[in-house]
Design a binder for this molecule. Structure first.
Ligand SMILES: [Zn+2]
Ligand SMILES: [Zn+2]
Length: 284
């Protein structure tokens, strides 16, 4: 069953990178993040045993770097119990085939994301006409064909629990993609937001390169449903997170986070929704 897993047809390396690339840091107890070029992935350990889970799977060709951070942190003979995906965009599943083959572990994602992870359905074409800057313009090159993880990918449990992580729950945060999820740990109000919102203007090449901190909605070129996206941001704000790591940009904590997240929620139209671009008019 593991033999037929493969990337989409338009899978390729994307040269965009940032000055934070390669950074690996602890954000909170049992929670680390790793910046690979322009995306963050998380390594989350369980409280009561040595189990751990990888959240998202980096950019194309980053499996070597991810495996070596994993071995340094958790030991050579302690692979993750699973890989949980916030969603299936190429920059979040970029190395998943090599990782699944190397570790032979199951992948979990929201039920509504599964067609995009079983090779059945492609994402919207990235929208290079969207307002925002050079990354938006570049986004026409981004892969959009679905990866096929076959039988290795499973729906997340119905009870909101995260497999192998007793303190965490998943929260459905659609808009950026139909089955986008964020992960939440109530105990210390820690949030893994995926691309539900970001802390960098992901469309702007200079901001991405320098990782300039700026609260922002989901990446514009890849977001089809702004109404759902706004509702998801509101849902996350209402949790009152004290620390958040987003799919793109630097982590945010405490006052800076609550102020910025409220500001984004209350001014979502102005901050997040582009003034022009293909997907603005076709909101549901
Ligand atoms: Zn995305
Ligand atoms: Zn992303």
């Amino acid at each position: 069953m593991k033999d037929d897993i493969q990337y989409g047809e338009d899978y390729k390396n994307i040269p965009a990178t940032s000055k934070e690339s390669g950074k690996f840091e602890k954000l909170a107890e049992n929670l680390w993040y790793h910046t690979v070029q322009i995306v963050n992935l998380c390594y989350v350990a369980n409280k009561s045993n040595d189990d751990w889970v990888l959240v998202d799977a980096g950019m194309p060709n980053s499996s070597g770097e991810i495996i070596s951070k994993a071995e340094e942190t958790f030991g050579k003979d302690n692979p993750p119990k699973a890989i949980v995906l916030t969603h299936g965009h190429f920059d979040h599943v970029g190395s998943i085939v090599e990782l699944v083959e190397h570790w032979n572990v199951p992948v979990y994602a929201h039920e509504r994301e599964l067609p995009f992870l079983r090779g059945e359905k492609a994402y919207m074409k990235p929208d290079p006409s969207v307002q925002g800057g050079a990354v938006a313009k570049l986004s026409g090159l981004f892969p959009k064909d679905p990866v096929n993880l076959g039988d290795m990918v499973h729906p997340l449990p119905d009870d909101d629990s995260v497999p192998f992580l007793e303190e965490w729950e998943w929260i459905h945060t659609p808009g950026h993609t139909p089955g986008h999820v964020s992960l939440w740990r109530e105990k210390d109000q820690a949030l893994i937001a995926g691309d539900a919102f970001t802390t960098v203007k992901q469309e702007n090449l200079m901001d991405v390169t320098l990782q300039k901190k700026d609260i922002s909605g989901p990446p514009r070129y890849f977001t089809p449903d702004w109404k759902a996206s706004h509702a998801s941001v509101r849902k996350l704000r209402d949790l009152n997170p004290l620390r958040a790591i987003t799919g793109h940009g630097l982590p945010m904590e405490n006052n800076e986070l609550s102020k910025n997240l409220s500001y984004l929620t209350d001014n979502f139209e102005e901050i997040a929704v582009p003034d022009y671009g293909r997907h603005v008019e076709n909101e549901e």
